[in-house]
Each structure stands twice: as C-alpha cells, then as structure tokens.
Design a protein around this ligand. Structure first.
Ligand code: SF4
Length: 179
C-alpha cells in the first residue's frame, strides 16, 4: 500500500505499528519510526485545491488535499475564507471525502433477503421498486406516498421529479431540506 493511498489516521497507526514491529523484530532497513516531520506532514508532495461540497446547493467551501501524481484525495479541511460557509460544514459535508474513499460506499443496488444483503442488478431494482409502487398506488391511491426531492438535485432534475409526482397523481411532494 502506498503512503499516498492511506488516510492520516491510518498512517499514524501504521507508524506506531512499525515502531512496535521494529522493537519486536529488531532494526532492519524496511521498518523504521516515522520522523516528527512525517507525522506532522505525511504527504509532503500533496497540493491543496479549493473546491465545494457537492451534497447540497449551499456549496460550502472545502480545502481538498490531493496527490496529483496518484490522483488521490488524501484529506479535507474547511475553507475558513469561503464567503458562504465561513469555515463551517454540516455533518454531511465534513465527510465529503468519504464519498470517494469510504469502503462503505454503496456502488450497486442491494436487497435484503432472509436478513442478508444481496447484490441485484439495476434492472431488477428498478423493476421491483416500480412494481411495488404500482401495487401501493392501486391499493391505497396516489396520495398514499410522498415524494421527497434531494438537496443534490439540479434545476432540471427537480423539474423531472416534480413532473413525475404530477403524472403519479399527487401533490405530496417537497424538498428533503424543508425547514
Ligand atoms: S451538505 Fe452541508 S457542508 Fe455540504 S454544502 Fe450542504 S450545508 Fe454545506
């Protein structure tokens, strides 16, 4: 694993592990303690890019530290000079980096079968959800559901979503961030 592909916390843990292993196996050329400089700045060749959180349209400022060589996003910080967020994030934005790095990121549809998650195809997912919605609509009418738009929607996506609710036959539609 290259140093640039791991997070700072993992790096520090590895540094500590390296120190333990050195003590256990004796000094060799492959293991050594991290220097104070390396602990302070594990990614000396990284550059900081100014960007924005893409989770909602508030567009809070993010400082993204990236390794341009490996095209890796290493860590993030708040942009204190951003005119809108002024150095703050909500709990979603603070982990924006996990949208690209998290092992928990959902990359395909899953269905719970007998208590266990199973991977299904997009076609199966869309068909099953569509069939279920039609069943609900038939049994309980179009107003038995509510459509909640996403803060990530663009204007055009919002337009289509509103149209979808109208064709469905309900005015039960709102924005997920209604306050
Ligand atoms: S999700 Fe949170 S951090 Fe991201 S832009 Fe919206 S308010 Fe800002």
């Amino acid at each position: 694993m290259s140093q640039s592909s791991i997070g700072r916390r993992s790096f520090l843990k590895l540094a500590a592990l390296g120190a333990g292993a050195t003590a256990a196996f004796g000094n060799n050329e492959t293991l050594r303690d991290a220097t104070p400089e390396e602990i302070k700045n594990p990614f000396p060749n990284s550059v900081t890019k100014k960007t924005i959180c893409s989770i909602c349209s508030a567009g809070c400022g993010i400082l993204a530290e990236v390794d341009e060589k490996s095209n890796t996003w290493l860590r993030q910080d708040m942009a204190v000079d951003h005119p809108i967020s002024q150095g703050s994030h909500c709990c979603k934005g603070i982990d924006q980096i996990d949208l690209t790095k998290s092992k928990m990121r959902l990359k395909y549809p899953l269905k719970k079968v007998n208590g266990k998650w199973e991977r299904i195809s997009w076609e199966t997912a869309v068909n099953e959800i569509g069939d279920k919605m039609m069943q609900i609509r038939k049994e309980d009418g179009p107003d038995s559901v509510e459509f909640l738009g996403s803060a990530k929607f663009s204007n055009e996506q919002s337009y289509y979503f509103r149209k979808f609710a109208a064709f469905w036959g309900s005015n039960n539609i709102d924005h997920v961030a209604r306050i």
